[in-house]
Design a protein around this ligand. Structure first.
Ligand code: HXC
Length: 508
């Protein structure tokens, strides 16, 4: 018995070492933690149950038969985050650059399958040189097996990716199909073709960072939903995120006790007197959220719309809010794409939507039209309209034109629509409207002024919409949190039947 136990111990400690001490040192020198160290931070202490730690690849070509490492470059298993079960894989760059072999892929697929069986999220920590080149099509097949599972699991269990090293070639498509992809600054990068191929094909000379680092994907492309300055912060933030999302698409959050009435008088002063002046919509969000806790998604991309999670009276919600501080809160291509995907995530996972509206319209411009604002804008309209989760909307100021309809209006199925007394619900702002309907007076500033004032008086308020029942109640800003909490309670058993279809055909 002693001998067999010793053999097990020897196997275990060999598997702990990954690619060996020297490569672990290099990993640390690059400012990266090892695959195991990362899991130790991500998961609650003593909850990690590792699977397949003795798996090896079965290739012989190109000298691979002499390069065998227990675990084959990925650590897989399950553990807990704040007491909730999650399945994890963590790629080990010290083993052949974390490259994905047939067996490496099988390990990932095994935990994905089990996560589906039991209804628990999958978190992938990516640090890999991509398909193991020596294995050829076997590794491509392995990726495809993972991709297929990403798609089947989509909308059933949450899937989260964290890019902590290279993620290149077709390998990028697995994280891209998960619900949220985050990246570590300076060490993480993603691209379909690397700097060398780019140079050969297009002649452009570019660094990995400028091609696929956080400065590209968190700010310009929107491929990643957030960036963090190091491994530790990234893993701690993923832990925080998991508090805001459910285990699977069947989970319903138990109801908390009825909300107490807690006015927040500071909100009465949030909207400036002059409706052309901006204000920070995040102040409203932080005031209505329990303990001021808000997990923002896509913080550094398309800042004209804010998306993220919080809890209100203990009920998790997804927030979508126009941000008057950026582009006056206009909807543009990126804002529409960002919010549409977020709304669909919330709808998949039974997370009620709270929408704060201050939107002067869609962003005008040749660039927007040429790049397809029509299709992209319609994604957000589609997403809000198809969402069957509880939907509560609060118009704080402007709700102009098509953007009024799009931003979770009553007409496309919002359950409860509130407006603050400062709301202006109209086809467009007074200046634009007057310049169109009184074009003949355009050279007479006095007349234009008079028309503008009368338009402003007639339409720049919430009462016409309220008289028509498009707004359920005009509320004082200070009561917003209480009103939302009560509506969430009222809507807890909302159930909507939709016509049978295989799936919809959202304007992708
Ligand atoms: C096998 C790999 C590997 C790979 C890295 N290694 N990537 N082995 N297959 N894909 C090995 C290296 O040979 C090296 O082994 C060790 O990992 C560490 O790599 P280094 O190059 O020393 O590290 P670094 O300088 O940090 O560079 C990292 C890297 C580079 C940028 C990722 O290794 C690289 O460019 N790798 C190839 C990337 C690639 O083209 N992958 C295929 C993409 S196509 P030794 O023993 O020498 O230390 C793809 C298709 C997927 O993934 C298709 C799905 C549809």
């Amino acid at each position: 018995m002693r001998e067999t136990t010793a053999k097990l111990e020897e196997h275990r400690s060999r598997s702990e070492l990954g690619g060996g001490i020297d490569r672990i040192k290099t990993q640390h020198q690059r400012g990266k933690l090892t695959a195991r160290e990362r899991l130790a931070i991500l998961l609650d202490p003593d909850t990690f149950e590792e699977w397949d730690r003795f798996v090896e690849h079965r290739s012989h070509d190109f000298g691979l038969d002499k390069q065998k490492f227990l675990g084959d470059g990925v650590i897989t298993g399950h553990g807990k985050i704040n007491g909730h079960l999650v399945f994890v894989f963590s790629q080990d760059f010290t083993v052949m650059g974390g490259s994905l072999s047939e067996m490496h892929a099988k390990k990932i697929c095994k935990i994905m399958d089990k996560a589906m069986d039991v209804g628990a999220p999958v978190i992938g920590l990516n640090d890999s040189g991509g398909a193991r080149i020596q294995e050829g099509v076997l590794s491509l097949g392995g990726y495809a097996e993972v991709f297929k599972r990403n798609v089947i699991a989509s909308g059933v269990i949450p899937q989260i990716s964290l890019i902590m090293g290279p993620c290149a070639g077709g390998a990028v498509y697995s994280p891209a199909m998960t619900d949220f992809t985050f990246m570590v600054q300076d060490t993480g990068y993603m691209f379909v073709t690397g700097p060398d191929v780019v140079k050969t094909v297009t002649g452009e000379v570019v660094t990995s960072e400028n091609l696929g680092g956080t400065s590209v994907h968190a700010i310009q492309s929107g491929v990643v939903h957030g960036r963090f300055s190091n491994d530790y912060d990234a893993l701690m933030e993923i832990r925080r995120l998991m508090d805001f999302i459910p285990q699977n698409n069947r989970e319903h959050q138990p109801l908390k006790t009825s909300p107490a009435i807690t006015p927040i008088p500071s909100l009465n002063k949030l909207v400036p007197e002059n409706s052309q002046h901006p204000y920070d919509m995040k102040e409203l969000i932080l005031n209505v959220a329990d303990d001021g806790e808000f997990f923002e998604i896509h913080k550094d991309w398309a800042g004209n719309i804010i998306t993220g999670f919080c809890q209100i009276n203990g009920q998790r919600v997804g927030i979508v809010a126009n941000q008057p501080m950026v582009l006056a809160g206009c909807l543009d291509i990126n804002a529409s794409r960002k919010a549409a995907r977020f709304v669909r995530f919330c709808d998949c996972f039974n997370i009620p939507l709270v929408t704060f509206v201050d939107v002067p319209g869609f962003l005008p411009g040749v660039d927007q039209e040429k790049n397809g604002i029509i299709s992209h804008g319609s994604k957000l309209l589609f997403a809000f309209a198809e969402a069957t989760v509880p939907k509560i909307t609060v118009i704080t100021r402007k709700a102009y034109g098509g953007a009024y309809d799009v931003m979770s209006s009553k007409h496309i199925g919002a359950d409860v629509n509130y407006a603050w007394p400062s709301a202006e619900i109209a086809v467009m702002g007074a200046k634009g409207a007057v310049e169109i309907i009184f074009r003949k007076d355009i050279d007479d500033p006095e007349k234009i002024n008079a028309h503008t004032n009368s338009y402003q008086e007639k339409f720049a308020n919430p009462y016409i919409a309220a008289k028509l029942g498009y707004i359920d109640e005009v509320i004082l800003p200070q009561d917003t949190r209480t009103k939302i909490a009560r509506s969430l309670e009222m809507l807890q058993n909302k159930h909507i039947m939709t016509p049978w279809k295989k799936h919809d055909n959202i304007s992708l």
